[in-house]
Design a protein around this ligand. Structure first.
Ligand SMILES: Cc1cc2nc3c(=O)[nH]c(=O)nc-3n(C[C@H](O)[C@H](O)[C@H](O)COP(=O)(O)OP(=O)(O)OC[C@H]3O[C@@H](n4cnc5c(N)ncnc54)[C@H](O)[C@@H]3O)c2cc1C
Length: 417
């Protein structure tokens, strides 16, 4: 048994899914980690994720799954292999929650909820000697002294091993403020600037359009644009019209490439095929049929052109042009959507940027600070929505915990396992 169990010298700072998975691996190995978090309770972002249906992972082929991590794939591959989508489903099952693969390949617990799963997880951790210290905000780290702001004032601790799992910098009210960046920068570590990921984009809708269609989904459309390398990206899906622009899965799945484009050039015009299952010729033919005595709206409606699609046309075409069947058909097939800028980081589902991988070894341990590991959304990687975030952060939590255990085994000076 590792002597650290008695001295309680292992800390996990940050009680999101990354930190909790690290705690699970350590406690199952017989250690007694202490989980610190600034918030009054653990896993607030995880709980928020459950509001829209907790998407734990993705059921697609594993080799495709790994590509979703973009440039970070190489670095994260070992962690993803050691905690793959099958492992995460087994993990949920062992906590008493069966999962299912939805039609899009996304994997959810049967009830799609996060709260019961989180409760069971924390209960299991507590019964397995994991201690939780809430309302402990890490405010400084100097040599081996870790200082926390608590309701009872500043408290100092020192540890034999630390896993930092401090999250990104969006939805700060849930705890992930990104304020940790300053602490790590002061240690000379390299960080990339935080950027929004899986976020919406601003579009200047007219007041009338905004009022009528904000909150309306636009289903079955095809987005197309060129990425910064000049490759044409196209994808069918659904987006959501918002007060300020567009958001939703179709936008999120390309948010990285769109953000990179908009960093080079803004506003950025991308295109939507509003009738991807009808050819241009067919649309032109339908729109050039005699309108008779019907109003234009009634004529369009009979062709299936109504609601948000019809109003989008009115956003970009002059009133006089709306009867030009060729122009209308072309606009429907290649609707110009002008993205002005990204929505703010605070609103984003996740954060790009953060602590660079170059600071870490293959166990996610800081090369300059042996015994201190960093995991989860605080690291500089990104992935689309689809369960890849939770999968990725939990895999990293496990990776670091295994690294720490390995270190325990090898450190003959003060630890015997
Ligand atoms: C609306 C929404 C829906 C989402 N839905 C999904 C989904 O369905 N599927 C999916 O895969 N992902 C989803 N995500 C993303 C997912 O929740 C996050 O990627 C994941 O929670 C990140 O895990 P983490 O442990 O790295 O960080 P976090 O979960 O952010 O946890 C970090 C913890 O660190 C604590 N902390 C921060 N600073 C300090 C400090 N100085 N001292 C002490 N504690 C500190 C925070 O309080 C927090 O508890 C969603 C996110 C949002 C916002």
């Amino acid at each position: 048994m590792c002597s650290l169990k008695k001295s309680n010298k292992i800390a996990i700072i940050g009680a999101g899914p990354a930190g909790l998975m690290a705690a699970q691996v350590l406690s199952e190995a017989g250690l007694s980690p202490i989980v610190f978090d600034a918030m009054p309770s653990a896993g607030r972002k995880f709980l928020q994720a459950g509001r829209g249906g907790l998407n734990l992972t993705h059921g697609e082929d594993f080799s495709l799954f790994c590509t979703r991590y973009f440039e970070a794939q190489t670095f994260l591959q070992p962690a993803l292999e050691a905690f793959s989508p099958s492992h995460i489903r087994l993990w949920a099952k062992e906590l008493g929650f069966e999962t299912f693969v939805g039609s899009s390949g996304k994997v959810y617990p049967l009830d799609k909820k996060a709260a019961p799963l989180l409760r069971a997880w924390i209960h299991q951790l507590k019964s397995n000697n994991t201690e939780f210290k809430m309302k402990h905000r890490l405010v400084s780290w100097s040599k081996d002294i870790w200082q926390f702001q608590t309701p009872d004032g500043l408290k100092e601790y020192s540890f034999e091993g630390v896993i930092l799992a401090l999250g990104g910098a969006s939805w700060s009210r849930l705890g992930s403020t990104g304020a940790w960046a300053k602490i790590l920068e002061e240690k000379g570590l390299r960080l990339s600037p935080f950027k929004p990921a899986n976020m919406g984009f601003n579009v200047s809708w007219s007041e009338v359009f905004k009022e009528k269609f904000s909150g309306t989904p636009l289903k079955n459309v095809e987005l197309s644009f060129s990425d910064t390398k000049g490759n044409l990206q196209t994808q069918l899906g659904e987006l959501l019209i918002s007060q300020d622009g567009v958001q939703g899965s179709l936008i999120y799945s390309h948010s990285k490439l769109l953000r990179e484009r908009i960093e080079q050039e803004f506003p950025l015009t991308v295109h939507l095929d509003l009738f991807p299952h009808r050819t241009l010729t067919k649309l032109e033919e339908q729109l050039s049929r005699p309108q008779g005595k019907q109003s234009l709206s009634a004529f369009w409606k009979r062709l299936g052109l109504s609601g948000v699609r019809a109003s989008l046309l009115r956003e970009v075409l002059e009133k006089d042009s709306l009867t030009q069947s060729k122009l209308v058909a072309q606009t429907l097939k290649k609707f110009p959507l002008t993205l002005e800028s990204t929505r703010p980081l605070e609103e984003a589902i996740s954060t790009a940027g953060g602590l660079a991988f170059e600071n870490l070894d293959e166990h996610l341990m800081l090369k300059e600070f042996p015994g201190v590991f960093c995991v989860g959304e605080m690291l500089d990687w990104e992935t689309p929505t689809g369960g890849y975030l939770i999968s990725g952060v939990m895999a990293q939590g496990k990776q670091a915990a295994l690294g720490l255990l390995n270190r325990c085994k090898n450190d003959k000076r003060n630890i015997q396992i």
